[in-house]
Design a binder for this molecule. Structure first.
Ligand SMILES: C=C(O[C@H]1C=CC=C(C(=O)O)[C@@H]1O)C(=O)O
Ligand SMILES: [Mg+2]
Length: 467
């Protein structure tokens, strides 16, 4: 329901008659609304399958649910794809009229992702364009406990104030009609790992051999596991479990046609708000302990484990070197701390900087992707190794996923702990950082640890949210 103490829709729309609506401009109409559960909203729009997205950030202060397609930005695999994406949004920026209070996270928000390799997608990733962002027709924003709906429309010569009003009222009525969703049960039937353990062992051994005998220092290698269910996977159920169970994580879904990419990633790539930039070095992994003492011991061991510290140091060094030239001030602590997740813990070094005037979010993305937490070090050697040896198609896995607004504020996570869902089938991805003294079995166990939260969420292990 529209909050009555806000600017009335009528008053907002009256402003339209003063606008110069040439060149097919877009409008964004923002209304503050009463609280509503974002996952219920997501589930309500089941009839818009293929045109929905969901995002909540790791510190829980921002959630988006997007429905419908008002505008799309797509860039093919061109050499300067981040710059090309910025050029696309630059073309739109002056052409979007915003009515209402543009609180951070409301107004025109484009959501989407980039592919890991700058290459066209094949086979199972075909529904996803390589580098693609959508401006939804309707955006629900939950920001610092306040709730907003932004309706986006592309205007043409047929548009009138009356039909804009009808559109906005219709969207608000839909939100009013949202009911708590009823969860379904899906059961995991079969799990297929296309890569046998022996093949994994060979892959890791050849990476280690290459690291020991060439300039390659680190390479991140991933497995894909296929899980087949006895019915269609209900994304809202999976979302619900992920948001409940995966603390300190970015929870995301992007639907495209019949397919969806879903995950709960702990790893921020970059966020930009005004001129402040945050990034994160996250690499080096162990499990959580069963008891507090065991948990502390595992954390202490991780903080002192040379192999994991080495994995981590490549990431810190590269991010620092990449971002330094773009910043006036940069703060990178000397030593990592622990980043605790529900069943896993990582080594973590936060990065904070002040961007030099004129440097944009896309400039940062362009230098950061992929960090050695996803690709390796040196980047070119690692990418070449992955491309010729890893037997999976990465698609959007391990690549930047997130959002930006017309002021080029935004936030991107790296899409790990994720799964490509298609009907009754889910393909899950998990990788790990291989360095000179990596052991194939330990790395295999680490990927299993990283696969478990997604497998559990997909498998319908629930916590009693019955609607
Ligand atoms: C590549 C993944 O994790 C990265 C992020 C954190 C820790 C990692 C590690 O310890 O190997 C990986 O670099 C993944 O989960 O698929
Ligand atoms: Mg590791």
């Amino acid at each position: 329901m529209i909050k009555t103490d806000r600017v009335s829709l009528e008053a907002q729309l009256n402003q339209l008659s003063f606008l110069n609506l040439e060149n097919d401009p877009y409008i964004a109409i923002i209304q503050e609304i009463d609280p509503v559960d974002p996952i219920d909203v997501y589930a309500h729009y089941n009839h818009k399958k293929g045109e929905r997205f969901y995002w909540s950030n790791a510190n829980g202060d921002t959630t988006f649910v997007g429905v419908g397609v008002c505008d799309e930005l797509a860039v093919h695999a061109t050499p300067q794809r981040f710059e090309a994406m910025q050029a696309e949004i630059d073309k739109r920026r002056q052409r979007i009229h915003v009515l209402g209070d543009e609180v951070d996270g409301t107004g025109p928000i484009y959501f989407g992702g980039f592919s890991f390799f700058n290459q066209p997608h094949k086979e199972e990733w075909q529904s996803f364009q390589e580098n693609y962002f959508v401006l939804p027709k309707q955006l629900l924003t939950v920001k610092d406990g306040r709730y907003f709906v932004t309706c986006h429309m592309k205007l043409d010569e047929e548009s009138t104030v009356a039909n804009i009003k009808t559109f906005v009222e219709q969207q608000l009525r839909e939100i009013d009609a949202v009911q708590p969703f009823r969860k379904q049960q899906s059961h995991r039937d079969a799990i297929r790992d296309p890569l046998t353990y022996v093949e994994w062992e060979q892959l890791i051994e050849s990476a280690v051999a290459q690291i020991q005998s060439s300039p390659l220092d680190k390479v991140v290698l991933a497995r894909e596991v296929e899980a087949i269910f006895d019915e269609r996977i209900a994304l809202e159920d999976v979302l619900h479990v992920l948001t409940d169970n995966q603390q300190h994580s970015y929870v995301f879904v992007m639907e495209q046609g019949e397919d969806a990419f879903i995950g709960a990633s702990p790893e921020r790539l970059v966020s930009v708000e005004q001129n402040i930039i945050y990034s994160a070095c996250l690499a080096g992994t162990t499990s959580r302990g069963e008891t507090l003492d065991e948990d502390d011991l595992k954390a202490w061991q991780l903080l002192h484990d040379e192999k994991n510290l080495e994995e981590h140091r490549y990431v810190v060094k590269m991010i620092e070197q990449a971002v330094q030239p773009l910043c006036d001030n940069l703060d990178v602590p000397d030593d990592p701390v622990i980043y605790p997740l529900t069943t896993i813990q990582h080594l973590y070094t936060p990065v904070k900087g002040e961007l030099t005037k004129g440097v944009s979010l896309f400039d940062v993305l362009s230098v950061l992707h992929p960090t050695p937490a996803l690709g390796g070090e040196p980047r070119q050697e690692a990418m070449a190794f992955i491309e010729s040896n890893e037997p999976i198609e990465r698609g959007w896995y391990a690549a930047p996923i997130g959002w930006f607004d017309r002021h080029l504020n935004g936030e991107f996570a790296v899409a790990i702990r994720s799964s490509l869902v298609s009907g009754q089938t889910a393909r899950l991805f998990a990788g790990c950082g291989i360095v000179a003294d990596s052991d194939a079995e330990a790395e295999y166990d680490e990927t299993n640890l990283k696969l478990t939260p997604m497998l559990d969420a997909l498998g319908g292990q629930q916590d009693g949210h019955d609607g």
